[in-house]
Design a protein. Structure first.
Length: 332
């Protein structure tokens, strides 16, 4: 993986989040190390916090580089009245050097994740037949099941593609008891990311009916399976297997090298909200990555402890009201 290949550190991602409770703040360490921070105001007090999604993109084995980042963040925190910084960089959980440096700089493990800290990443630089041969046998078989059922794959970038995706996504999330963004969020993704050639919407059709859909991001040499959905009425036709096979072929034609399948449970077990997602993604037989997850840098430890507890209580209350449970898909 190359550090610069991270869509969540792009200017476009900052613009997507703007208007949904976040304000993008660009931290310029130098010309080669711009850091996208997302600022969010905290309720009741005139304070905010910073969040660095899947970043910063730097050498976490370097004490001087991390120290320079911390110094710049603290200066920015004074200007904005930030209470703490949260980040979830692509640093492997086995990297003790990086973890010791972060601890020495005052970082502490956050109690909640923002992004899933574990993922499968598939090497798609290989020959297509090698990639397919590497899939689990059931996964390969299901590709042929979809073809026999007459499933076809189309791609789009227009607003109608977003609307078709969202109809399927709503059913999927209702079935799995997930909380999702309003459709305006995905329309913003279309206008700010997909329209700029940084993504596509792929859909599987049975006849004229879209039965599964995926939003793909591409940046640098990597593509991401960021959002996906399928209708329960057609799941026996295995449209998702063929859908992702066509995505891989599309990505290879354009020179992409890696397919980040995105979130999976770090400790998968039956009964987890993402158990079914894990079983499907495991079929790609891709390499497993477990990152360190979310780490916080408090600027005021007393207020940080108070509001960290309050934020978790608020999040749990919202989940309990909307879902009837406080468990969420980011649980380990």
């Amino acid at each position: 993986m190359k550090l610069e290949d991270q869509i969540l550190q792009s200017d476009e991602w900052g613009k997507v989040k703007e208007g949904f409770g976040w304000e993008p703040v660009k931290l310029l360490l130098d010309a080669e190390h711009p850091v996208l921070m997302l600022k969010r105001n905290l309720p009741l007090i005139k304070k905010c916090f910073f969040y660095v999604p899947r970043g910063p993109l730097m050498d976490f084995d370097s004490p001087s580089e991390i120290g320079r980042f911390v110094k710049a963040v603290k200066e920015e925190a004074k200007r904005h009245g930030a209470l703490f910084l949260r980040m979830d960089p692509e640093v492997l959980e086995s990297n003790d050097i990086a973890l010791n440096i972060l601890k020495a700089e005052g970082f502490i493990k956050a109690k909640k994740e923002v992004q899933p800290r574990s993922t499968f990443i598939l090497d798609i630089s290989r020959d297509l037949q090698d990639i397919k041969a590497g899939f689990e046998s059931k996964f390969r078989y299901n590709i042929h099941v979809a073809e026999k059922h007459g499933i076809t794959i189309k791609q789009g970038t227009d607003e109608a593609s977003v609307e078709d995706f969202y109809k399927i996504y709503k059913e999927t999330c209702s079935r799995q008891n997930f909380i999702i963004h309003p459709i305006s969020y995905y329309k913003k993704i279309r206008s700010l990311i997909i329209d700029k050639g940084m993504g596509r919407i792929f859909a599987a059709y049975h006849g004229q009916v879209p039965v599964a859909s995926v939003i793909i991001f591409n940046f640098g040499k990597r593509i991401w399976y960021m959002y996906g959905a399928s209708l329960s009425s057609h799941r026996n036709m295995m449209p998702n297997n063929l859908l992702h096979w066509e995505i891989i072929k599309w990505a290879k034609d354009r020179g992409f090298k890696e397919y980040d399948l995105w979130g999976i449970p770090s400790n998968p077990k039956e009964g987890h909200p993402l158990w079914g997602v894990y079983r499907f993604k495991k079929g790609f037989n891709a390499k497993l990555y477990k990152f360190i997850g979310s780490y916080d840098l408090p600027f005021n430890r007393v207020l940080y402890r108070l509001f960290d507890k309050a934020i978790i209580l608020y999040q749990n209350t919202v989940r309990l009201i909307k879902k009837g449970t406080i468990s969420d898909s980011l649980s380990e």
